[in-house]
Unconditional design. Structure first.
Length: 300
C-alpha cells in the first residue's frame, strides 16, 4: 500500500484494489500508449493473449522508466526498482494491490511463469543505471541474458512452449536482437554516456577508440562495427531453426522479428557502418514487404 504514492506516475487510476479485468484493462492502456514498441498492437497476436502480454509489458515498461526516465538520481532509480521487485514478490505470494501486479499475478498463475524471468529483467534495468561500459563480449552476453532473453522465453511460455531446446534457440534470437539494437542506436547511447561495444574488442582495432571519441566513422571504427555485425548475424542464424519449430500461431510473428533484425544489420552494412550520421531503420514499405515475405515463407 505505501507504494501507491511512490509509483503514482505509473498511472494508477483507482484507490481501491482493481478486479482482474480492470487491472488488465489498465495494462492494455499502458501498452497502447506505447504501441510503437509493443506487439499488442499487432494483428498477428492472438486476441486471448493480448491482455497477458500487456501485463508483462506494463511491468517492464514501468521498470524501464525507473531506469531511464529523466529527473532522477541513480540512487533514486535503484530504490524504485527495488520497490518494484518487492511488489513482484508479493504478487507471487498471492498479494497484489497495484493494478500491474493484480494482472501479472493472474498471468503468472495461468501460465506457470517462473519468477526468475522477471527478476532477470530487473537485474538488467539495474545494470542500465550502474554499468555504462562492458569489458568483454561475455559480459555483454551476460547483460543480454537478463535484458532480452527473458522476453523471448516469456513469449514461448504464453504460447505453450516449455522445451529447453526451443528456449535456447529463442535466446540466440533475442540476444541478436539486443545486439542489433546496440549497433543501431550507438550514437544515441554515446550521448547518454553508454557504450555497448566491449572494451576488449575496441583494443583489437587500433584507432577505433579515437574514432568513437570523435564520433568519426573512420576505417578502424568501421572494421570494429563490421566485426560486431558479423557475429550478431551468426547468432540470428543460430536461432533460425526456432522459426520452423513452432506452430503457425507464433511462427509468423517470430519470422517477422527475425527478418526485421537481419534487415537492420543489412542497413548498417549499406550505410558502410556510419551509425554516427545515419540511424539504420525500417521504413513502412520495408515493414510491408517483411510481412508479405514472412507470410509466404510461413505457409510453405
Amino acid at each position: 500500500m505505501p507504494m501507491a504514492n511512490t509509483l503514482s506516475h505509473v498511472e494508477i487510476e483507482a484507490q481501491r484494489p482493481l478486479s482482474a479485468p480492470e487491472a488488465y484493462a489498465h495494462c492494455l492502456r499502458i501498452a497502447r500508449k506505447h504501441y510503437e514498441n509493443f506487439p499488442v498492437a499487432s494483428i498477428l497476436l492472438p486476441h486471448n493473449l493480448r491482455k497477458h502480454v500487456a501485463a508483462i509489458y506494463a511491468f517492464a515498461r514501468a521498470a524501464d522508466d525507473f531506469a531511464d526516465e529523466p529527473g532522477m538520481k541513480p540512487e533514486e532509480r535503484l530504490v524504485r526498482l527495488n520497490e518494484w521487485e518487492s511488489l513482484l514478490h508479493e504478487a507471487y505470494e498471492g498479494n497484489a494491490v497495484h493494478p500491474v501486479f493484480v494482472a501479472l499475478r493472474e498471468t503468472v498463475r495461468e501460465f506457470e511463469i517462473p519468477r526468475e524471468l522477471f527478476q532477470n529483467l530487473l537485474t538488467a534495468f539495474r545494470a542500465d543505471v550502474t554499468i555504462h561500459r562492458y569489458q568483454s563480449f561475455g559480459d555483454l552476453l551476460g547483460y543480454s541474458r537478463n535484458s532480452a532473453n527473458p522476453v523471448g522465453r516469456l513469449v514461448l511460455l504464453l504460447f505453450g512452449y516449455r522445451d529447453d531446446g526451443l528456449m535456447r534457440l529463442s535466446d540466440d534470437i533475442c540476444t541478436a536482437l539486443q545486439l542489433t539494437n546496440f549497433w543501431q542506436d550507438l550514437r544515441i547511447d554515446l550521448e547518454r554516456d553508454r557504450l555497448y561495444i566491449p572494451e576488449n574488442d575496441i583494443a583489437i582495432f587500433p584507432g577505433s577508440s579515437d574514432d568513437l571519441r570523435a564520433r568519426n566513422p573512420g576505417k578502424a571504427f568501421r572494421s570494429l562495427l563490421e566485426y560486431q555485425v558479423d557475429r550478431t548475424e551468426e547468432m540470428f542464424q543460430a536461432g533460425r531453426p526456432l522459426l520452423t519449430a513452432v506452430g503457425k500461431n507464433l511462427a509468423l510473428e517470430l519470422r517477422l522479428t527475425w527478418i526485421g533484425g537481419m534487415k537492420i544489420l543489412e542497413r548498417v552494412r549499406k550505410i558502410d557502418y556510419d551509425v554516427f550520421n545515419h540511424r539504420p531503420a525500417l521504413t513502412r514499405i520495408d515493414k510491408l514487404f517483411l510481412l508479405i515475405s514472412a507470410g509466404i515463407t510461413t505457409r510453405r
